[in-house]
Design a protein around this ligand. Structure first.
Ligand code: KIV
Length: 270
């Protein structure tokens, strides 16, 4: 098989092969059709309809207020913009934790909206959920380390797995996620050495965010990656200044309206 970037439509087997070939997997969040189409055309392998939409575009302080309806609507839009990339949708807080049955009902709605897999947070406690979904034909991506939906019990956005006990716990949890049937795992905000060890110990692809370079792939929240906002977490490199570009465009539009140079004859119906 060739490299992941040459694949016409990304599927589970390509991700497994990418891990085997040490071919890096590229994932970005997307919350709407135009950005999904842009990232898809740029060769992004996985588009995550992340519940980070809460902080990134809905103006909330964290991901907890994001609803299943928010994720369904965004999934429809992102699926409409994606042709090559695999679309993974987050199960938002409150939509899956109570039981495997609750989880299946929520995940099925995301799949009907165009997702090709779902992501959920948590380890051993999610065993039944991951098993049922995988058996029902729904690819599941796990999420460990800093799990934003648990921000309150984790006492804020903190690096996880720094001491031996919590590093060992993360190793056990990640193995359990793999055993339950997940096809991939996101690990967020853990020391680079631990992320490398987790990646080595698992057969499924591990996608890192704030987890150093030695994972099977990387994910960033697109608004951080492209520099939409002033503040970004310290592990983010800004690959663009999209916020500045939008501000300049809006200011130029305002000036042209105010000084009467827009609309001109070229942009008016005669
Ligand atoms: O919601 C999200 O964007 C995520 C990423 C941070 C992995 O879960």
């Amino acid at each position: 098989m060739g490299q992941l970037r040459d694949v016409k439509k990304v599927r589970l087997r390509h991700l497994a092969q990418a891990k085997h070939d040490a071919d890096k997997i590229v994932m970005l969040t997307a919350y709407d059709q135009p950005t999904a189409a842009i990232f898809d055309a740029a060769g992004t392998d996985l588009l995550l309809v992340g519940d980070s939409m809460g902080n990134a575009v809905l103006g909330y302080g964290d991901t907890l207020p994001v609803t299943l309806d928010d994720c369904i609507r965004a999934t429809r839009a992102v699926a409409a913009g994606a042709t090559r990339a695999m679309v993974i949708s987050d199960l938002p807080f409150g939509s899956y934790e109570a039981s495997a049955e609750q989880c299946f009902k929520s995940a099925a709605q995301l799949m009907k909206a165009g997702a090709q897999g779902v992501k959920l947070e948590g380890g051993t406690a999610m065993t039944a959920q991951i098993r049922l979904l995988s058996q029902a034909g729904i690819p599941v991506m796990g999420h460990l380390g800093f799990t934003p939906q648990s921000v309150n019990v984790l006492s804020g956005n903190r690096i996880q797995g720094r001491d031996q006990a919590s590093a060992d716990h993360l190793k056990q949890e990640s193995l359990q996620i793999q055993r339950s049937g997940a096809f991939a795992l996101v690990i967020e905000m853990v020391p680079a050495g631990l992320a490398a060890a987790l990646t080595d110990s698992l057969d499924i692809p591990v996608i890192g965010i704030g987890a150093g370079p030695d994972t099977d792939g990387q994910v960033l929240v697109w608004t951080d990656m492209a520099g939409l906002t002033e503040w970004t977490p310290s592990f983010v490199r800004r690959f663009g200044q999209i916020g500045q570009a939008l501000r300049t465009a809006a200011a130029d539009f305002g000036s042209a309206v105010r000084d009467g140079t827009y609309p001109d004859d070229e942009h008016s119906f005669q």
